[in-house]
Design a protein around this ligand. Sequence first.
Ligand code: DC
Length: 216
Amino acid sequence: MKDRLIIAVDGPVAAGKGTLGRRLAAHFGLAYLDTGALYRAVALRLLRDGQALDDIPAMVAQAQAVSLGDLDDPALRGEQVGEAASMISPQPALRAALLQYQRNFAARPPEDAAGAVLDGRDIGTVVCPEAAVKLFVTASMEARARRRHAELLSRGEDISLATVQADLAKRDARDTERSASPLAPAADAHLLDTTKMDIEAAVQAALKIVAVCIKE
Ligand code: DC
């Protein structure tokens, strides 16, 4: 098997992981997987099929039915789906069902890419603990709320900054306090605080970290 480059990008909601992950993938010619979209896709399937968000067998069945095509659905990006994804994500049975999918993607990326960038909450700690590069991306609550608010407004959602901030605080608590794969930096993760950075500065900072890790 080829020695593939795996880059794990973890961090709290709206820290800029997605944009950064896509840019790193494009730069190195790697496949990219937004693992939050997997949780969102399961949530969307449950909502569309009228299934309860605490129905564990339904959740697992929906997780097993998720395909790459589901991950491009613009409906995944709405606030309601994000909230539902956050509510179901602590379930260990769901996490187990999605774990193999994520590991398969890293081991055999689409189009035989030279490796993969995965972004999420537990990539460096649980999904790909062997990743050569682990980034833990953070930003202040205020910066994350402002970015997420602007994103939701541009999608036509009518929501206040205060509501977005309260929502992020709730999600942070769920992500960090759950017992199954909580959000936490891996011991060997490199911290990247993007509070005062625009995306170009964050990409440049991340590229420097990757260069150091690849040389080691
Ligand atoms: O990154 P996001 O907002 O699209 O993720 C949606 C939800 O999925 C988030 O509330 C936490 C959960 N999630 C997770 O538990 N583990 C991951 N690796 C990725 C996302």
